[in-house]
Write a new protein. Sequence first.
Length: 500
Amino acid sequence: MVLFQAGKRHSEEVLFAAGDPAVNRQLQRRVKAGDLLRIAAGVFVEPGTEQEVASRVRRNWQRLAANAVPGGVVSHLSAFIGGITPSNEVVISHPTRFGRRIRYPGLTFVLVKGPARLSGDFPLGGFNLYWSSPERTLLENLSQGASVTRASREAIEDRLISILNTNKEAGLNQLRDRAREIAGLLQEDKSFHKLNSTIGALLSTHSKGVLRTKAGISIANGAPIDIGRLALFEALAAALRVAVLPDVKELCPPGSARINFAFLESYFSNYVEGTKFSLEEAKDIVLRNKIVPQRPQDSHDVLGVFNLANRPETRAAVPPVGEDFVEVLKVWHEEMLSRRPEANPGQLKLENNFAGTTEFVLPSHVRGTFTEGSSLALSVPEGLARAIYYLFLVAEVHPFEDGNGRVSRLVMNAELSRVGRSRVIIPTLFHPQFVDCLRALTRGNEAEPLIRAVGKMARWCTQFDYAKLDMLIPQVKQTNAFEESPAQFRLLNVDGSRAT
């Protein structure tokens, strides 16, 4: 739409009356002709449905606010959440124009009393409008007032925890110092007292009785939680509670079949992590305890996973939920990588680790996140659903310097064995797709790809006869499972059909 304002052409969705009488008369003529819609005194938009007009208003709320309340400061809940509130309002502070509401289709400006721009408040684009600084925002939201214009104490506590996680204690202390400087100008000394008490509790210099969130209390108790990851775990748990998954009973009775399954499980779990042996070498390691002389550490890695997957005392022993969850993982990790002192077997990571651009849980937050995350597992149905949850929990926390993928798959399969269900193998050819599914959940909060992928592998594992290894391996080879290039090969069923 081409609009006219003060003699200039604009391709904008909102137009304001100008000081030029000729332009204003032109606007009025366009309203009469139906080319424009007047939504407030001197404010016009292109006509449309009620929803279309409301959408245009909300898209242009900053221009509207600068026109209606010049010099105003976006504040309180709007500054806290990034603009328009769930009730389609924008809270704006102004020293003289306050105590009323300015209504447009689909949007209302709520004007509250507050000082004009303070140090730290920043301008919004080229508009005569400002945005509250982080410290001003927190003080305003801690003030007395309507809940629809102020963030909850729990949300404020979560924000402070996020600052602590990102910028450490120094970040919280700097924020507190800046808040102290402006509290008097805002007339928010009581709000500063609340902020100071909460920050002090998180830093263990004040009573933790003021804290309201599980994450905050955990930090005060010395076991901080990665709240972002916990929200991700809750989303996965919710998806798993309603997921339709295959329910495959244990395929391998004690004896050769169970040993052969554990052999394949160990072989693939190590191979995809870079510990690569030929099948003959791997058979010698696992079945004959024959260490490859040139690669004793790699040999022990394969044997370590096999033993954990095969021994009755570990194959179905899911770590207990709560504080002891991580302690069992440490025992497994020590056994699996005991010949690799450089990997600190049995010790939690001391520095943060990454996979591409994904940063895993901070070392300081591993214990608390496992405590809460493992407890949430009990809300997920037993069997494959809970196994998938455990898999992602361990993979996403990434508690060790090395071996996290192998440990995560062992925990997944321990849950399946615990309830008499078949364990799941992730073959070499499928591993890149499997990792993509993990990444989709980590970065995009998409749980379905991972749920489908593990369900697919659960079904794929049912087609083999695990009783005799010499017959089993050719069957698995027929499916392309040992291949490494998804670009060249497709994972198949034994009958040659595509695995689904």
